[in-house]
Design a protein around this ligand. Structure first.
Ligand code: BGC
Length: 481
């Protein structure tokens, strides 16, 4: 059935600095944790690197031409901290780094495209990691200083700021496991220390903007949280509880301190981590506490809920056994086992198409986060290759259909939808082989030509007609940028 998009729901596409820019060592840019991590043998599945990636540092004008072709209203991109502040600290601003984003923002505005800027999408300056990175509480100071530099440089033209992209992935994968940079693997400890520090850093940036910039710049600032859905494997009460707990661990840990009236970490997470910590002989819970003042400081610090969503997992405790996960660890604290039931698993399992999950996740946010305005800041599908990407189009259609149910039936307040991603890029530890782009990038060619996939033409039509047409499949022309 054809459906018309709600009036006012804006459409855009997204990328992130490290995944597209390349230019890893130009002028005075310093190394990020991903530059360092990517050089360790065995960390990137296909042994590729992001040293050049899509070369957007050089070819950003072509990116903007693609956006213009799509007709999207906004572009979500991120700023590389070590490109703007080569020392990590705000004592020195890189002239070239600052200029790069000035040029990109001006080019977007000249083409009528609104910049939506993520301040941190995972590429921490390596020297700050050497000082503990997100496990050092002082990072709240460093992040606030960095935020001030960005507001001063770009706040006259950037009116939507996203502080952090996906605290769970930063903390759990980067500090609680080896999956992402910096690969600290301090499971059961690192993910919780960094969770608190990220929330404090985020809140500092929000308060800074609120106090010193909002009146003159009139913009908005919020956080983006990975909000995949988790639910019980069956309708039995224990499974339902496992699903609710998984939502609290995966999403609530980051949303509860900001979006609820009570603030602080979710009760169930506090209780489960405290119990396990005690059993394991820790004199204190491995989950740090917020003081009363900190709870108040973090509460209410997001003008919108930045919502990233790809898929759903189903949980049970029936098959959980002590010792199946590292002890201590986040997985062990949750003490449950997940599956994808009998859904057809996608090439990247975290993109398995379970479209009703996005509706449920949006409803969860409405019910558990004080019905905030929601910016869908990412949704998309990873494939192996090809200009005809039927799998992606069909995923996008089903997910958009489910979003429309969330808006029209459940009354979720969705401001915008952002497709991940504008073009193929460096998919973190999966490397360059996994393709999320609606434009295909030819990495063999030094000029990195970008070709429109069928999904790009399909999205262009959605943007132009604002009508979701399940049967529509455009002709793939040879559109190269
Ligand atoms: C991240 C993106 C990533 C995407 C697809 C999100 O978790 O924000 O950087 O490319 O998922 O895996």
């Amino acid at each position: 059935m054809m459906r018309v998009l709600p009036e006012g729901m804006q459409l855009g596409v997204a990328s992130a600095a490290y995944q597209i820019e390349g230019g890893w060592n130009v002028t005075d840019k310093s190394l990020s944790i991903w530059d360092t991590f990517g050089d360790i043998p065995g960390t990137i599945a296909d042994n590729t690197t992001a040293k050049d990636a899509c070369k957007s540092y050089e070819y950003y004008k072509r990116d903007v031409a693609m956006l213009h072709f799509l007709g999207v209203m906004f572009y979500r991109f991120s700023i590389s901290w070590p490109r703007v502040l080569p020392n990590g600290f705000a004592n020195k601003i890189s002239k070239d780094g600052a200029a790069y984003y000035n040029n990109l923002i001006d080019e977007l505005l000249a083409n009528g495209i609104t910049p939506v800027v993520t301040m941190y999408h995972w590429d921490l300056p390596q020297n700050l990691q050497d000082l503990g990175g997100w496990t050092n509480p002082l990072i709240a100071d460093w992040f606030e200083d960095y935020a001030r530099v960005l507001f001063d440089l770009y706040g006259d033209r950037v009116k939507t700021w996203i502080t952090l992209n996906e605290p769970k992935q930063i903390g759990l994968y980067g500090y609680g496991t080896r999956r992402f940079a910096p690969g600290i693997n301090a499971h059961g400890i690192g993910e919780y220390l960094s969770a608190k520090n990220m929330l404090m850093a985020h809140a500092r940036a929000w308060h800074l903007y609120d106090k010193e910039y909002r009146a003159k710049e009139n913009g908005t600032i919020g956080i983006t949280i990975a909000t995949d859905f988790r639910e019980g494997q069956t309708d039995e009460p224990e499974d339902i509880q496992a699903g609710l707990d998984a939502m609290d661990f995966e999403v609530g840990l980051y949303s509860h301190p900001i979006f609820t009236d009570k603030g602080g970490f979710p009760e169930r997470v506090v209780k489960l981590v405290e119990e396990k910590s005690k059993q394991q002989g820790y004199p204190q819970s491995r989950l740090p506490e917020f003081s009363k003042d900190e709870i108040e400081f973090v509460k209410g610090t997001s003008d919108f809920y930045g919502f990233n969503h790809y898929s759903t997992k189903f949980y049970t405790r029936k098959t959980y056994k002590e010792g199946m996960y590292p002890v201590p660890s986040y997985d062990d604290d949750l003490g449950a086992v997940w599956s994808l039931l009998d859904y057809e698993v996608a090439i990247l399992p975290h993109c398995t198409a379970i479209p009703q999950g996005i509706r449920k996740a949006l409803k969860w946010v409405k019910d558990n986060c004080n019905n905030p305005p929601i910016m869908i800041t990412e949704n998309g599908f990873g494939t192996l290759a090809g200009l005809y990407d039927e799998e992606r189009i069909s995923y996008l259609i089903k997910y958009m259909d489910s979003i429309l149910d969330a808006v029209e039936v459940d009354g979720c307040n969705v401001l915008c939808y952002t497709l991940w991603s504008i073009m193929d890029n460096f998919e973190w530890s999966s490397g360059l082989s996994i393709k999320f782009g609606i434009f295909e990038v030819d990495y063999e060619d030094d000029a990195r030509p970008r070709k429109a996939r069928q999904s790009a033409l399909w999205y262009k039509d959605l943007v132009a007609t604002r009508t979701l047409k399940p049967e529509y499949r455009p002709f793939v022309d040879n559109m190269v940028f």
